[in-house]
Design a protein around this ligand. Structure first.
Ligand SMILES: [Zn+2]
Length: 233
Protein backbone atom coordinates (compact mmCIF):
# COMPACT_ATOMS: atom_id res chain seq x y z
CA UNK A 1 0.00 0.00 0.00
CA UNK A 2 1.44 3.41 -0.90
CA UNK A 3 1.10 6.39 1.41
CA UNK A 4 -1.68 8.02 -0.55
CA UNK A 5 -3.81 4.86 -0.55
CA UNK A 6 -3.06 4.59 3.15
CA UNK A 7 -4.22 8.13 3.88
CA UNK A 8 -7.31 7.58 1.74
CA UNK A 9 -8.09 4.36 3.62
CA UNK A 10 -7.68 6.02 6.96
CA UNK A 11 -10.00 8.87 6.03
CA UNK A 12 -12.44 6.32 4.65
CA UNK A 13 -12.40 4.38 7.91
CA UNK A 14 -12.80 7.44 10.11
CA UNK A 15 -15.40 9.47 8.30
CA UNK A 16 -17.24 7.06 6.02
CA UNK A 17 -17.92 3.98 8.08
CA UNK A 18 -20.87 3.31 5.79
CA UNK A 19 -18.51 2.10 3.07
CA UNK A 20 -17.16 -1.45 2.95
CA UNK A 21 -13.58 -1.28 4.20
CA UNK A 22 -12.31 -3.88 1.74
CA UNK A 23 -14.10 -3.03 -1.54
CA UNK A 24 -15.29 0.54 -0.91
CA UNK A 25 -18.87 -0.19 -1.95
CA UNK A 26 -21.70 1.41 -0.06
CA UNK A 27 -22.99 -0.70 2.82
CA UNK A 28 -26.67 -1.43 3.21
CA UNK A 29 -28.35 -0.94 6.56
CA UNK A 30 -27.61 -4.25 8.32
CA UNK A 31 -24.01 -4.36 7.12
CA UNK A 32 -21.19 -3.02 9.20
CA UNK A 33 -17.60 -2.47 8.03
CA UNK A 34 -17.75 -5.25 5.42
CA UNK A 35 -20.37 -5.83 2.75
CA UNK A 36 -22.06 -9.20 2.42
CA UNK A 37 -20.24 -9.91 -0.81
CA UNK A 38 -16.82 -9.40 0.81
CA UNK A 39 -17.77 -11.74 3.66
CA UNK A 40 -18.96 -14.23 1.08
CA UNK A 41 -15.78 -13.95 -1.01
CA UNK A 42 -13.43 -14.27 1.99
CA UNK A 43 -10.80 -16.85 0.95
CA UNK A 44 -11.56 -19.25 3.80
CA UNK A 45 -8.77 -21.78 4.35
CA UNK A 46 -10.85 -24.77 5.53
CA UNK A 47 -7.74 -25.98 7.40
CA UNK A 48 -9.64 -26.81 10.59
CA UNK A 49 -10.19 -30.48 9.69
CA UNK A 50 -6.90 -30.91 7.89
CA UNK A 51 -4.10 -32.08 10.19
CA UNK A 52 -1.21 -31.48 7.82
CA UNK A 53 -2.17 -28.03 6.62
CA UNK A 54 0.23 -25.18 5.84
CA UNK A 55 -0.21 -23.52 9.23
CA UNK A 56 0.41 -26.74 11.18
CA UNK A 57 3.50 -27.40 9.06
CA UNK A 58 5.06 -24.13 10.20
CA UNK A 59 5.52 -25.63 13.66
CA UNK A 60 6.87 -29.03 12.70
CA UNK A 61 10.19 -29.68 14.40
CA UNK A 62 9.83 -26.52 16.47
CA UNK A 63 7.19 -27.02 19.12
CA UNK A 64 4.46 -29.59 19.88
CA UNK A 65 1.13 -28.31 18.56
CA UNK A 66 -2.05 -30.41 18.57
CA UNK A 67 -3.87 -28.57 15.79
CA UNK A 68 -3.36 -25.32 13.95
CA UNK A 69 -5.55 -23.40 11.56
CA UNK A 70 -6.30 -19.98 10.10
CA UNK A 71 -9.67 -18.57 9.11
CA UNK A 72 -8.54 -17.26 5.73
CA UNK A 73 -5.43 -16.84 3.68
CA UNK A 74 -4.40 -13.65 2.03
CA UNK A 75 -1.79 -12.58 -0.41
CA UNK A 76 0.05 -9.31 -0.62
CA UNK A 77 -2.19 -6.70 -2.18
CA UNK A 78 -5.34 -8.70 -1.51
CA UNK A 79 -8.23 -6.55 -0.36
CA UNK A 80 -8.45 -8.68 2.77
CA UNK A 81 -5.16 -7.23 3.98
CA UNK A 82 -7.30 -4.22 4.79
CA UNK A 83 -9.52 -6.30 7.04
CA UNK A 84 -6.51 -7.20 9.16
CA UNK A 85 -5.11 -3.67 8.96
CA UNK A 86 -8.32 -2.15 10.31
CA UNK A 87 -8.54 -4.69 13.13
CA UNK A 88 -4.89 -4.36 14.07
CA UNK A 89 -4.02 -0.71 13.67
CA UNK A 90 -7.23 1.22 13.32
CA UNK A 91 -8.86 0.09 16.52
CA UNK A 92 -11.94 -1.52 15.00
CA UNK A 93 -12.38 -3.79 18.02
CA UNK A 94 -15.93 -4.57 17.04
CA UNK A 95 -14.74 -5.84 13.65
CA UNK A 96 -12.17 -8.04 15.43
CA UNK A 97 -14.93 -9.39 17.61
CA UNK A 98 -17.26 -10.04 14.69
CA UNK A 99 -14.55 -11.73 12.59
CA UNK A 100 -13.61 -13.82 15.64
CA UNK A 101 -17.25 -14.88 16.06
CA UNK A 102 -17.50 -15.98 12.44
CA UNK A 103 -14.25 -17.93 12.74
CA UNK A 104 -15.48 -19.41 16.03
CA UNK A 105 -18.64 -20.67 14.32
CA UNK A 106 -16.44 -22.72 11.99
CA UNK A 107 -14.22 -23.97 14.85
CA UNK A 108 -17.31 -25.02 16.81
CA UNK A 109 -18.11 -27.49 14.01
CA UNK A 110 -14.56 -28.89 13.90
CA UNK A 111 -13.63 -31.82 16.14
CA UNK A 112 -10.02 -30.67 16.22
CA UNK A 113 -11.01 -27.42 17.88
CA UNK A 114 -14.31 -27.69 19.71
CA UNK A 115 -12.71 -29.70 22.50
CA UNK A 116 -10.28 -27.01 23.67
CA UNK A 117 -10.67 -25.81 27.27
CA UNK A 118 -9.40 -22.23 27.22
CA UNK A 119 -8.86 -19.46 24.68
CA UNK A 120 -5.72 -17.36 25.15
CA UNK A 121 -4.92 -14.32 22.99
CA UNK A 122 -1.26 -13.61 22.19
CA UNK A 123 -0.42 -10.86 24.68
CA UNK A 124 1.20 -7.60 23.70
CA UNK A 125 3.97 -6.16 25.80
CA UNK A 126 2.34 -3.75 28.32
CA UNK A 127 4.19 -0.81 26.71
CA UNK A 128 2.90 -1.69 23.27
CA UNK A 129 -0.62 -2.27 24.54
CA UNK A 130 -0.58 1.08 26.27
CA UNK A 131 0.55 2.76 23.08
CA UNK A 132 -2.01 0.99 20.90
CA UNK A 133 -4.72 1.17 23.54
CA UNK A 134 -5.99 -2.35 22.95
CA UNK A 135 -4.86 -5.83 22.01
CA UNK A 136 -6.40 -6.83 18.69
CA UNK A 137 -5.85 -10.54 19.38
CA UNK A 138 -7.91 -10.23 22.53
CA UNK A 139 -10.92 -9.00 20.56
CA UNK A 140 -10.58 -11.80 18.05
CA UNK A 141 -10.20 -14.31 20.90
CA UNK A 142 -13.27 -12.87 22.59
CA UNK A 143 -15.34 -13.56 19.47
CA UNK A 144 -13.99 -17.11 19.20
CA UNK A 145 -14.65 -17.65 22.90
CA UNK A 146 -18.29 -16.59 22.45
CA UNK A 147 -18.90 -18.90 19.51
CA UNK A 148 -17.07 -21.86 21.04
CA UNK A 149 -18.65 -21.20 24.42
CA UNK A 150 -15.27 -21.61 26.11
CA UNK A 151 -13.67 -19.17 28.53
CA UNK A 152 -11.00 -16.70 27.49
CA UNK A 153 -8.06 -16.18 29.86
CA UNK A 154 -6.35 -12.97 28.83
CA UNK A 155 -4.04 -12.07 31.69
CA UNK A 156 -2.32 -15.28 32.67
CA UNK A 157 0.09 -15.49 29.76
CA UNK A 158 2.03 -12.25 29.52
CA UNK A 159 4.78 -10.78 27.42
CA UNK A 160 8.04 -10.13 29.25
CA UNK A 161 10.31 -8.92 26.50
CA UNK A 162 9.65 -6.11 24.10
CA UNK A 163 11.19 -7.48 20.93
CA UNK A 164 10.20 -8.37 17.45
CA UNK A 165 10.06 -12.11 16.87
CA UNK A 166 8.67 -11.61 13.38
CA UNK A 167 11.92 -10.88 11.59
CA UNK A 168 13.33 -13.73 9.62
CA UNK A 169 16.09 -15.54 11.46
CA UNK A 170 17.88 -18.80 10.99
CA UNK A 171 16.76 -21.74 13.07
CA UNK A 172 19.41 -21.35 15.74
CA UNK A 173 18.78 -17.64 16.30
CA UNK A 174 15.09 -18.36 16.34
CA UNK A 175 15.49 -21.05 18.97
CA UNK A 176 17.50 -18.67 21.13
CA UNK A 177 14.76 -16.15 20.68
CA UNK A 178 11.92 -18.40 21.84
CA UNK A 179 12.68 -18.88 25.52
CA UNK A 180 11.80 -16.22 28.04
CA UNK A 181 9.79 -13.89 25.78
CA UNK A 182 6.53 -14.83 27.45
CA UNK A 183 5.75 -15.80 31.02
CA UNK A 184 2.84 -17.35 32.93
CA UNK A 185 1.57 -15.61 36.06
CA UNK A 186 -0.31 -18.48 37.59
CA UNK A 187 0.60 -21.89 36.08
CA UNK A 188 -2.13 -23.74 38.05
CA UNK A 189 -4.77 -21.98 36.00
CA UNK A 190 -3.47 -23.70 32.86
CA UNK A 191 -2.71 -27.11 34.37
CA UNK A 192 -4.10 -30.02 32.29
CA UNK A 193 -5.84 -27.60 29.93
CA UNK A 194 -6.00 -27.73 26.17
CA UNK A 195 -5.21 -24.11 25.35
CA UNK A 196 -6.15 -22.47 22.05
CA UNK A 197 -3.74 -19.61 21.33
CA UNK A 198 -5.24 -16.88 19.14
CA UNK A 199 -3.49 -14.28 17.01
CA UNK A 200 -4.39 -12.04 14.08
CA UNK A 201 -1.89 -13.22 11.46
CA UNK A 202 0.65 -16.00 11.21
CA UNK A 203 3.68 -15.50 8.98
CA UNK A 204 6.82 -17.16 10.36
CA UNK A 205 5.07 -18.52 13.45
CA UNK A 206 7.82 -17.30 15.80
CA UNK A 207 5.57 -15.40 18.20
CA UNK A 208 3.14 -18.30 18.46
CA UNK A 209 6.04 -20.71 18.88
CA UNK A 210 7.33 -18.65 21.81
CA UNK A 211 3.86 -18.61 23.42
CA UNK A 212 3.42 -22.37 22.99
CA UNK A 213 6.92 -22.99 24.31
CA UNK A 214 6.06 -21.16 27.53
CA UNK A 215 2.61 -22.74 27.96
CA UNK A 216 4.01 -26.24 27.44
CA UNK A 217 6.19 -25.79 30.53
CA UNK A 218 2.98 -26.11 32.57
CA UNK A 219 2.08 -29.64 33.58
CA UNK A 220 -0.48 -31.42 31.37
CA UNK A 221 -0.93 -28.53 28.94
CA UNK A 222 -1.77 -29.13 25.29
CA UNK A 223 -1.64 -26.30 22.77
CA UNK A 224 -3.53 -25.59 19.55
CA UNK A 225 -3.35 -22.49 17.40
CA UNK A 226 -5.93 -20.39 15.55
CA UNK A 227 -5.18 -17.19 13.66
CA UNK A 228 -7.49 -15.06 11.55
CA UNK A 229 -5.18 -14.87 8.60
CA UNK A 230 -2.44 -16.96 7.08
CA UNK A 231 0.01 -14.89 5.08
CA UNK A 232 0.48 -16.99 1.96
CA UNK A 233 3.25 -14.91 0.41
ZN1 LIG B 1 -17.16 -5.18 0.18
Amino acid sequence: MNTLTQVFDDVLGLFYPQLCITCGERLISQEKYLCMKCWFDLPISRFENENENKVAQLFWGRVQIEHATSYFNYRKGSRYQKLIHFIKYKGLKELGLETGRRFGDILAEAENFNQVDTIVPVPLHPKKQKKRGFNQSEWIARGISESLNKPMLENNLYRKIFTSTQTRKNRFERWQNVDGIFGVNNPEEFENQHVLIVDDVVTTGSTLEACAYELLKVSGVKVSIATLAFADF
